[in-house]
Design a protein around this ligand. Structure first.
Ligand SMILES: NC(=O)C1=CN([C@@H]2O[C@H](COP(=O)(O)OP(=O)(O)OC[C@H]3O[C@@H](n4cnc5c(N)ncnc54)[C@H](OP(=O)(O)O)[C@@H]3O)[C@@H](O)[C@H]2O)C=CC1
Ligand SMILES: O=C(O)[C@@H]1CCC=N1
Length: 273
């Protein structure tokens, strides 16, 4: 099995490392392609990894090709590789807003899948939304699932849900990191050391998430249990609701979703603004 990755940036480099670490014995060769291949020197001294700046060559030599460039680079990349025969290959795109049908038409390819990973794939704890084209051969689907396995949990979704998934789980970690930064900083304001504040916050969040996962309750039930009458938590909840935090969070995610829809429309030529 020969795997190609075109666009070895934030996401492509994680894909490369994860696939290499898990499958180096099975993968015949990993072909990595970036505009500036000197960025890939970490992989350079490995005899199972080939580095190139030529997407066409990488597609020619690979059985499965991941396309991991920014949406604004998609047109250019698709035209660079359009002359390749994709009939016996599979293409997996991480490109936000670029539809499976756009890729299929550009490449005359039947086996095209779309994924929306998120940054915790770096430690195998990502969540990866996946959509296969109807024409994607069944046997090759197994292979793609196997390649995605070291990244985290794969959830199959309808293609129409990609903007929502992009907002919730794709961009979501960025919002969580901002919230975590704020929580750590307020620890500093209250006089705790950075290390103590960070340790408290990270384990508080991990524990809360695990509790929800293990018990399966609605989050509101646990929120209620924590909130003692006349106690500390109700003061915070009162302030949180008066400040509109719940609405702010919903708006943040909805604005992100709207942007994902805009990017899809622009990419498909529906919106020329
Ligand atoms: N970052 C994230 O958390 C997530 C990103 N995504 C999506 O995945 C895709 C990749 O994102 P990300 O990894 O952050 O982006 P990056 O910009 O970090 O990586 C893309 C890489 O592709 C290179 N590139 C662009 N065009 C070509 C080309 N024609 N041939 C070879 N290399 C090329 C870029 O080079 P140069 O820098 O020179 O342009 C860059 O190194 C995007 O579509 C993004 O929306 C999806 C989920 C999460
Ligand atoms: O910011 C972006 O556009 C990409 C999509 C999801 C995460 N990063």
């Amino acid at each position: 099995m020969r795997i190609g990755i075109i666009g070895v940036g934030n996401i492509g480099s994680i894909l490369a490392r994860k696939i290499h670490n898990r499958f180096s014995m099975d993968v015949g060769m990993l072909f990595l392609c970036d505009r500036f291949p000197e960025k890939l020197r970490d992989f350079a001294d490995n005899d199972k990894v080939k580095i190139s700046d030529d997407p066409e060559k990488v597609c020619e030599q690979s059985d499965v090709i991941f396309l991991a460039v920014k949406p604004q680079d998609a047109d250019n990349l698709l035209s660079q590789i359009a002359s390749i025969d994709f009939s016996e290959k599979a293409v997996v795109s991480t490109m936000t807003g670029i539809s499976v049908s756009t890729i299929q038409k550009a490449l005359d390819a039947k086996n095209v899948a779309r994924i929306m990973p998120n940054i915790p794939i770096d430690i195998g704890k990502g969540v990866i939304a996946l959509y296969f084209s109807d024409s994607f051969e069944k046997a090759r689907r197994e292979l793609i699932l196997k390649l995605l396995d070291p990244l985290g949990t794969v959830i199959t979704v309808n293609e129409k849900d990609f903007p929502a998934v992009t907002a919730l789980s794709g961009s979501g970690p960025a919002f969580i990191f901002v919230i975590i930064e704020a929580l750590i900083d307020v620890g500093l304001k209250m006089g705790l050391s950075y290390d103590t504040s960070r340790a408290l916050i990270l384990d508080m969040i991990l524990g809360s998430v695990e509790l929800l996962k293990v018990k399966g309750n609605h989050p509101g039930e646990f929120r209620h249990i924590v909130t003692s009458p006349g106690g500390t938590t109700i003061e915070g909840i009162y302030s949180l609701e008066r400040e509109g935090l719940r609405g702010t969070i919903m708006k943040v995610l909805f604005d992100t979703y709207s942007r994902a829809i805009d990017i899809s429309k622009k990419a498909s030529g529906v919106d020329n603004t």
